[in-house]
Ligand binder design. Structure first.
Ligand code: DGT
Ligand code: MG
Ligand code: MG
Length: 299
């Protein structure tokens, strides 16, 4: 620090005093360093010895890197979502708020991981497809799975108030798993399986809850009524008894949600209703070829 004074003598004195205190400070700093080094060396030797003694436990960690050049799918699923949906008074059989919130949380995961090329969700689950040549986290299964489940869960909680008027009654959670698919056909079959599951469950649940809520049957009676029925029987019950054409039910309920990236420049109008600028939520059939020919995601 400089002190500006008019008198020369005062300047010299100030400088001299300054040098003296600097020297003293230097000596004390050097001593301090010496002392610190001595202490640190003796400690670090002990730490190093202890470290080498304990370090062998690292070998207990297993190598869980996913096979190269395979499609990695991480699927998250709500834990005990049946109870969660009851406690939070979800609409039956589908609550649009929950499905939209699931989509929002999945969009957040895709924003975080650019290596995800597509996500598909229905009910309380979402599957994330990582590009087959990606090397994120050295393809370690546990890192990928826990990161996805954790980001998804925190986003679900974070955005909850945007979709629901009632506060969360307790913290929801999602489990995660990793599955590898060696061929693109295997991956397509996996996604088809999840969408077929959505269709089968939704048709059953729509028929069941229509019988209960509109047909005044008890849960047990509705279950008995639907026991052994095929898809066309359920369609027929809905149409002939309640005037409901199942094919006119919202695509969101019947097909689930597929998230894809779309980097093309868009007008303000086109951006409306999108999850993010680059992520598009669709409720389309992903079992047939049309979707894949349109989007060329897995090529
Ligand atoms: P888990 O996965 O073994 O911990 O058990 P849950 O209870 O999560 O069962 P799961 O994943 O097989 O099935 C999802 C449950 O969540 C199922 O009971 C229906 C319920 N759920 C999902 N979405 C909705 C919705 O929009 N509305 C209603 N009412 N229920 C829903
Ligand atoms: Mg679940
Ligand atoms: Mg589920």
């Amino acid at each position: 620090m400089y002190i500006i004074v008019k008198n020369n003598f005062q300047i010299r004195t100030t400088c001299f005093e300054g040098f003296k205190s600097m020297k003293a400070a230097l000596v004390s700093t050097k001593l301090h360093h010496l002392y610190r080094n001595l202490i640190w060396r003796s400690f670090s030797t002990k730490f190093a010895m202890a470290n080498s003694k304990f370090e062998y436990v690292r070998n207990f960690e297993t190598d869980d890197r996913c096979l190269p050049n395979t499609w990695i799918v991480v699927r998250v699923d709500g834990r005990g979502f049946h109870k969660f949906s009851e406690k939070h008074e979800f609409a039956k059989p589908n609550d649009k708020r929950s499905l939209d919130l699931m989509g929002k949380a999945a969009g957040r995961v895709m924003t975080e991981f650019k290596e995800i090329c597509l996500a598909y969700g229905q009910s309380d689950e979402f599957s994330f497809v990582f590009k087959r040549d990606m090397d994120l986290h050295k393809r370690r299964a546990s890192k990928l799975m826990t990161s996805v489940a954790s980001i998804f869960t925190s986003a679900f909680v974070f955005h909850w108030p945007q979709f629901f008027d009632i506060p969360l009654k307790y913290p929801p959670s999602f489990d995660g798993r990793v599955v590898l698919y060696p061929s693109t056909q295997n991956l397509r079959d996996y996604l088809s399986w999840r969408q077929a599951d959505c269709h089968i469950n939704n048709l059953y649940n729509t028929a069941f809850w229509t019988l209960v809520l509109k047909g005044n049957l008890t849960n047990a009676e509705a279950e008995k009524r639907l026991c052994g029925t095929f898809a066309n029987d359920k369609n027929e019950i809905l149409f002939s008894e309640f005037g409901i054409n199942y094919n006119n039910e919202p695509q969101l309920f019947r097909k689930g949600t597929v998230l894809v990236r779309d980097k093309k420049k868009k007008s303000e109008e086109e951006l409306e209703g999108r999850l993010t600028k680059d992520i598009l939520a669709l409720n389309e059939d992903i079992i047939g070829d049309a979707f894949w020919n349109n989007h060329k995601i897995l090529d």
